[in-house]
Write a protein that binds this ligand. Structure first.
Ligand code: SAH
Ligand code: SF4
Length: 414
């Protein structure tokens, strides 16, 4: 996917009428057409984005990105250095984002040299960047093994959102999602997950106070649980990247055992659930893992999920014409979510040549939202961002490359 801002159509504050608030970017018709989505995928010249050093290290040295403070403390002991050296190295890697041992001037030169002989510092290599007319940027990264994945930067008035990936491809294979059409090529490591974020920060220079992270890129984060948790710890560590867990949202298609495990962690991000249907019959077809963990099991796990007093679960609902967009669906959604602390993000389907489904009309989207609002359910319509560079929700696939993931799977070739 990739992500975007949500709150241009706001609920009416619990009243029974809906109010449409438009913003500068928000215009009907929503620009979700398949033609538009692939029309303008022209890469940004390298000189305009290669301001950050992310070259893949080819010397075979171990990468220190991904190391925890504990790992570095063990290294300090091994090198017969005082423990506080580990904190210095850690802050240089994650807080100051130094990519060259020569810049670690708070360490004595012999130590820098010794570290440099044994270890490298590198992020996933950015191969290409695509710039949308709305300011959104799609990044194509490559990691070891030639695996390619994408991340998205979405600038907004008051904050900037980074949408990050956790896997190369996705085994869940949702019917509406381009990532799900790719062959599953594997999990990203914690170093690769955090490395993409460091690269984005380095490129955009975003102040961490403006930063929002959404784990809504390629892949199902709860199917790469350990690496995602390790990456979350690195992102939120006050001695390092220092991103508040309240500014991080993890989106899942509904891996119930993963949700149950997450509920018991000492570090819990905001939670978004891709519900996308109101009956098991439809959800089974859209999101095949529903056959394993159905709507009832998923919502039961949501009810048990720990939330802080003002925290709510976001339920994402991709609206697909004549599949899940009827007034009956809206009413069922109201019933299903009763008693949960929640808000709903309605996402009109981003159409794509790889996906044989249609976006509902403006009237149907608004009618669906109206029913939710009339039942006092907070419901936003998420506008597409970066649609002209294939960066909108569900479109990440690393396409438009001379090599890589471009070719549609054989059964989708026209
Ligand atoms: N795998 C996780 C996170 C990545 S998908 C998950 O499924 O939640 C992020 C969001 O993009 C999900 O809410 C998904 O439903 C949505 N999405 C996928 N394909 C889409 C499409 N073609 N149009 C609009 N949203 C889509
Ligand atoms: Fe995977 Fe999420 Fe896409 Fe489904 S919507 S295929 S879970 S990335």
């Amino acid at each position: 996917m990739a992500l975007e801002k949500v709150d241009l159509v706001t609920p009416s504050g619990g009243g029974s009428t809906s109010k449409l608030v438009t913003g500068s970017f928000f215009q009907w018709p929503l620009d979700t057409s398949a033609e538009k989505s692939l029309a303008k995928n022209v890469p940004v010249p390298i000189s305009e984005w290669y301001g950050f050093k992310v070259k893949v290290e080819t010397s075979g040295k171990e990468n220190l990105i991904g190391a925890s403070l504990g790992d570095l403390e063990a290294l300090a002991v091994e090198l017969a250095e005082p423990r506080f050296r580990a904190r210095q190295i850690y802050a240089n890697l994650y807080r100051r984002r130094l990519g060259d041992w020569a810049l670690f001037t708070d360490l004595a030169k012999p130590l820098r040299e010794e570290l440099g002989q044994r270890f490298a510092i590198y992020y996933p290599e950015a191969i290409q960047v695509f710039q949308s007319s709305d300011g959104t940027r799609r990044y194509l990264f490559e990691v070891a093994g030639g695996h390619r994945f994408e991340s998205v930067f979405i600038p907004e008035e008051k904050r900037d959102t980074f949408c990050i990936s956790t896997q190369v491809g996705c085994a869940v294979e949702c019917l509406f999602c381009v990532t799900g059409k790719l062959p599953m090529r594997g999990n990203l490591s914690a170093a690769e997950i955090v490395g993409q974020l460091l690269a984005l920060q380095q490129d955009r220079g975003t102040d961490s106070k403006r930063l929002n992270i959404v784990i809504m890129g390629m892949g199902e984060p709860l199917l790469n649980y350990d690496n995602v948790m390790k990456a979350l710890r690195l992102m939120t560590d006050p001695l390092g990247m220092s991103i508040s867990p309240r500014r991080i949202t993890l989106s899942t298609s509904g891996i119930v055992p993963g949700l149950e495990r997450l509920a018991h962690e000492d570090l819990i991000p905001n939670l978004a659930i891709s519900l996308n249907a109101t009956t098991d019959e439809v959800r089974d077809k859209l999101i095949p893992i529903n056959r394993k963990w159905n709507i009832a099991a998923l919502l039961e796990a949501c009810r048990k999920f720990p939330l802080e007093p003002r925290q709510r679960i976001t339920f994402e609902y991709v609206l697909i014409q004549e599949v899940n967009d009827t007034p009956e669906d809206a009413l069922r959604l109201v019933q299903l979510l009763k008693g949960l602390k929640k808000k709903v993000n309605l996402i009109p389907l981003n159409a794509d040549p790889w996906v044989a489904l249609k976006t509902p009309s403006e009237e149907r989207v608004l009618a669906f939202q109206k029913i939710l609002l009339e039942h006092h359910l907070t419901a936003y319509i998420r506008r597409p961002r970066g649609n002209d560079v294939s960066a909108a929700c569900g479109m990440l696939a690393g396409r438009n490359q001379p090599t890589g993931n471009d070719a549609p799977p054989p059964h989708l070739t026209p």
